[in-house]
Design a protein around this ligand. Structure first.
Ligand code: PLP
Length: 383
């Protein structure tokens, strides 16, 4: 078995050792319900509030603005459904064509149900949002503009602060899906102009099943469900204290490591440069745009991404495909379609996503494997 080289960190990350160490006492000894009044309850409560303060530092907001959720998908749903339910007077929601399915699929469902009027703003072939179309789309009856900070497939960073200004000028709320950005670029909820900002722990070395939503002070959302009234009444359910503690440890590590993120960017650049030099007919999608330092979305022309992913996996290299098989047909991802890349380019889009634990040896081995594997997989790409 070849050694595993994990370059799929935009999908999920390994839990940091320090995170596991921070969590363990809250499983073994300090397992009280954070709302119980006895000593174990109080220690859990204090741990949750300390964690909230730590998350606020990562998010660039105050602790009172942070709510714990189970994941990015839940945070996004809380905002979208919660706002729509609360503001029946404003019906228009504006978003972009490259949002994560947790935003786009939900908004399309709300549109189908007649709850909202949806405007989806296009991007160009580089993944840049059409800002004129965005400006035209936002009107006086716009309830919300939902835009991601970093695109999960390409890593392209969107001009969120500029879009937030346009939205606020028309009285609309701004939701920022920062799930891919957290831990990779500095976040500042207030500077970004985000009224609501979503993150998810498993993207930056916290466990799966814990996330956060920053809600600007004074704003409220209709809860998705009712119960004990935890998390300011907006997210009932007993807090998963060990996960929250681990999330905070991961947030602190991520914040401290940001200063060295250029090391990750240099490794990503090394990968892109070597592949461009050693493999014919490739393009880096989104390369002209400001991008996350850890993401390389490389199209191998005239090849199927899922076949490349399987061939790389056989050699121990874990990456992901921008085209996937749906009911027997291979289709480019929604993002690749939105970028209107030619089919022979879109079908071969492979995402390599690094973490701060990625080493130069791993990158060099991945480069050699790509160079060995891809030439054997070229074929005519059929629609
Ligand atoms: N938003 C973006 C941009 C993502 O990349 C993801 C996950 O890949 C999500 C939301 C959903 O996050 P979660 O997996 O925590 O539900």
């Amino acid at each position: 078995m070849p050694e595993t080289i994990y370059l799929d960190n935009n999908a999920t990350t390994r839990v940091a050792d320090e995170v596991i160490a921070a969590m363990t006492p809250y499983y073994r000894e300090l397992y009280g319900n954070a709302h119980a009044i006895h000593r174990l309850g109080r220690s859990s409560h204090d741990a949750v509030e300390d964690a909230r303060a730590e998350l606020a530092l990562l998010l660039g907001c105050s602790a009172g603005e942070v709510i714990f959720t189970s994941c990015g998908t839940e945070g996004n749903a809380m905002v979208l459904r919660g706002l729509v339910d609360r503001h029946p007077d404003r019906r228009r929601v504006v978003t972009t064509a490259v949002e994560h399915p947790s935003v786009l699929t939900l908004l399309r469902a709300l549109e189908r149900e007649g709850e909202i009027e949806l405007v989806v703003v296009p991007v160009d072939t580089h993944g840049a949002i059409d800002l004129d179309a965005m400006r035209d789309a936002i009107g006086d009856r716009t309830l919300l503009v939902s835009v991601m900070l970093a695109q999960n497939e390409t890593g392209v960073l969107h001009p969120v602060a500029e879009i937030a200004e346009l939205a606020h000028a028309r009285g609309a709320y701004v939701h920022v899906d920062a799930v891919q950005a957290a831990g990779k670029v500095p976040l500042a909820q207030h500077e970004l102009g985000a009224d609501f900002l979503t993150i998810s722990g498993h993207k930056f070395h916290a466990p799966k099943g814990i996330g956060a939503l920053a809600i600007r002070k004074g704003l409220a959302l209709q809860p998705l469900w009712y119960g004990g009234g935890q998390e300011l009444g907006m997210r009932s359910g007993t807090e998963p204290v060990p996960s929250i503690v681990g999330f905070a440890a991961a947030a602190r590590l991520a914040r401290e490591a940001l200063a060295q993120y250029d090391r990750v960017r240099a490794l990503r650049d090394r990968l892109e440069a070597a592949i461009a030099q050693r493999v014919d007919e490739t393009t880096v999608n989104g390369a002209t745009q400001p991008r996350l330092g850890n993401t390389a979305n490389i199209s191998f022309h005239d090849a199927y991404a899922d076949e490349i992913v399987r061939a790389l996996d056989a050699e121990g290299v874990c990456v992901s495909a921008g085209a996937a098989c749906h009911s027997g047909n291979v289709e480019p991802s929604g993002t690749m379609k939105a970028m209107r890349l030619p089919l022979r380019v879109a079908m071969g889009a492979v995402r390599f996503s690094l973490s701060r634990y990625t080493t130069v040896e791993e990158i060099d081995r991945a480069i050699d494997v790509v160079c060995a594997v891809v030439p054997n997989l070229r074929q005519a790409v059929a629609p």
